[in-house]
Write a protein that binds this ligand. Structure first.
Ligand code: GLP
Length: 246
């Protein structure tokens, strides 16, 4: 894994956008799986600025939703599709026909998973994967334990994920208990991965993921064996509380 440590969240947002500009220019028809969560928002904002300055062409990009809560319509304010749309699809003017949803409100969510997998495979897999790191080591909603060959699937959220996602929506009772997630198999096969990590609260899990044993208990630890992974972390995440108190 290639590790880049930057001073703070602002620097992370700039460095992440620069990484994506380079990756997109290298493959203007890239397939990209797009994380939500707070960490990538600054990167997406900066990427949109670079787009508005003509530094990338987004007309041939294909974007794939990473994860979805079960049972939410796309216009529900908690919908991760809606979040991806507002933060990535709209600012970059990605064509609606080039966006693949993971349909959390499908009548049969397992069927939605199979349809998604077929779409990813027909597109040739992911060229670029943009990921955040869950506080319990999850990628997307591949909750621990998740094996590296885990498919795209329905998954109950752990109490830890429900608690950590409550901050986005104003309470644990707002967080649906089940989700769909793009599988570990597809994520680990991505040709390039950008893992974004910010804040001292991610220090321990970041180091377990990068240096600990590869284990289903820390799904992100399997990135150690994935091709072409860049970990972009700020100093607070890399050094932990020590740096935060400086
Ligand atoms: C959420 C999402 C992940 C996200 C992660 C980290 O639960 N399912 O896709 O990457 O947690 O979120 P954040 O970046 O807000 O710390």
């Amino acid at each position: 894994m290639n590790v880049i440590i930057v001073d703070d969240y602002e620097s992370l947002s700039h460095a992440g956008a620069d990484w994506l500009v380079e990756a997109i220019n290298a493959k203007p028809d890239a397939t990209i799986v797009v994380a939500t969560g707070n960490t990538p928002m600054g990167v997406y904002h900066e990427l949109a600025r670079r787009y508005s300055h003509g530094l990338i062409d987004t007309s041939r990009l294909h974007a794939f939703q990473l994860d979805a809560y079960i049972g939410l319509a796309p216009d529900d304010q908690r919908s991760l599709f809606g979040w991806m749309h507002r933060s990535f699809i709209e600012p970059l003017d990605i064509a609606e026909t080039n966006v693949v949803r993971l349909v959390g409100d499908a009548p049969d969510p397992w069927d939605a998973c199979r349809i998604y997998e077929i779409a990813v495979r027909e597109a040739g897999g992911f060229d670029i994967s943009i990921l955040g790191l869950g506080p319990n080591g999850h990628l997307g909603f591949n909750e621990p334990p998740s094996l590296p060959d885990s498919p795209t699937r329905v998954i109950p959220l752990t109490p830890e994920s429900i608690a950590s996602n409550a901050r986005y929506w104003g309470g644990e009772e707002q967080v649906p208990p089940q989700a769909l997630t793009c599988g570990m198999d597809l994520l680990l096969a991505a040709r390039r991965t950008l893992l974004l990590v910010s804040g001292a609260h991610k220090y321990q899990i970041l180091h377990r993921a990068m240096e600990g044993p590869q284990t289903p208990d820390v799904p992100a630890s399997y990135l150690q064996s994935a091709p072409n992974v860049t970990v972009l972390a700020d100093r607070a995440a890399w050094h932990g509380l020590e740096t935060q108190s400086r």
